[in-house]
Design a protein around this ligand. Structure first.
Ligand code: SME
Length: 157
């Protein structure tokens, strides 16, 4: 159970599916709509974005997001939490960003972060990244939920 019970994560799934299926919109716009929904409805999600890998350059590129614009639209593999997930293929939950050495700050208000890799046909092609202004807000329920979001996104890519 999430620590901040403002919304039942399960209840957001039908809306996410619907937003992803609006074929008149580009995939990028559909992902932006999903980011906006998550940021608006989950009070400890303060910035939500999708990065995608450019394997030739070994870089992540920000494709869609909701929240404050960030300077970090391109992140080299291995750098920061995002860059580590690009290489390790594993979920990365950071309860307190101040305890991370390899971390790229996207704002002084950010206290915690969760990054979940996005797989397409078994390949790590990108990730969803959520920043929180609350300390230690993310639970396994967030991990399972964001894994589900990424799987739904992979189906439209
Ligand atoms: N904090 C991330 C960088 C991306 S911003 O959170 C938008 C990191 O350390 O990789």
């Amino acid at each position: 159970m999430p620590k901040f019970m403002n919304v039942n994560l399960e209840s957001l799934k039908p809306t996410i599916k619907s937003l992803l299926q609006i074929e008149e919109r580009s995939p990028e716009d559909r992902l932006t709509a999903v980011c906006e929904l998550l940021r608006e409805r989950i009070d400890y999600y303060d910035w939500v974005g999708f990065y995608f890998a450019n394997d030739a350059k070994r870089e992540l590129h920000l494709k869609s997001f909701a929240g404050e614009p960030t300077n970090h639209t391109v992140i080299p593999f291995g750098k920061g939490i995002c860059g580590q997930v690009a290489e390790n293929n594993s979920n990365f939950v950071v309860p307190d960003v101040e305890e991370q050495d390899n971390y790229i700050s996207c704002g002084v208000l950010v206290k915690a972060e969760i990054v979940i890799p996005l797989f397409k046909d078994g390949k790590n092609i990108g990730q969803i990244d959520v920043d929180s202004h609350s300390i230690d807000p993310f639970t396994e329920e967030d991990e399972r939920f964001l894994e589900w979001v990424n799987k739904a996104v992979s189906e439209i890519l």
